[in-house]
Design a protein. Sequence first.
Length: 303
Amino acid sequence: MSLELAGLRSLRSQSLNGLLAAAYFGAAGAAFHVGPGRARLWCVGAASVIGLLAWGASLRRARAIANIATSRIASAAQGYVELQGRSTTTDLIYSPLTQTPCIWYRYRTYERDNREKEWREIDSGVSSATFDLLDSSGSCTIDPDHAEVMGAEVVTRYANEHKHVEELLHGGRTLHALGEFITIGGAHTALSLREDVNALLTTWKQNPTDLHRRFDLNRDGEIDLQEWELARRLAVRTVEHEHRNIRAQPGVHMLRAPQDGRLFLLSPLSPQALRRRYLLWSALHLSVYLGGAFIALKVLLKI
């Protein structure tokens, strides 16, 4: 994975809307403090560009949700899928701030900066423990690393000039998931007949006494070419039998962040509600872009 893709996933796993809001407020605050002129033009232009990029990102998310049908876990194809089921109620983890049992958490701690009269983030963290998603056909293990989580329950507490914000996904609730579906083991196990046959023959060679007892048919103390060919054929049949047994076992389904950087989404909201929310955000970001472009044009005309 490239460093650029890893960085994008790290940003995505955070609250995307929170990052955008901070960027907007930062640009607006800078524009207010610098006063009229080219500096203000650059600040307004930056906010407009952010709005344009955020509009495209939100619109792509809405389309991704609309363009893919929900799959059943047992029959889901390998690759990019949408799943919907109920999250597990076993092996729950506990959030660090409120000790709430959950399947996923993200927290941030802020300290009041009295000089700047604002909250400054001093600590943060997100869980990485896997959990299971179940539907009527089977179960799938979710690896939440780098997931964009939308619609989690938010708990905010204030104590001693500190603000604690915790986002939670609870067990036993309906969960919508969009990501890369893979099956480990079972019929999808990657096996090499050639490599396993060679490994088995190497093992047999390490015990010459047993090798001669089994394959030295004329008892001349040597394994000739014909006898070695019989040993090789037996090794092939043995490995093929083992491979059939391995592939007959049930595989373990897993959903994870797509390797190509596509959206990895977890949410207690329905696909319809998610799509509406992303479309609303796209409209808001588009209005920021258009408003910023209009203001930038007015500032430019006055210079």
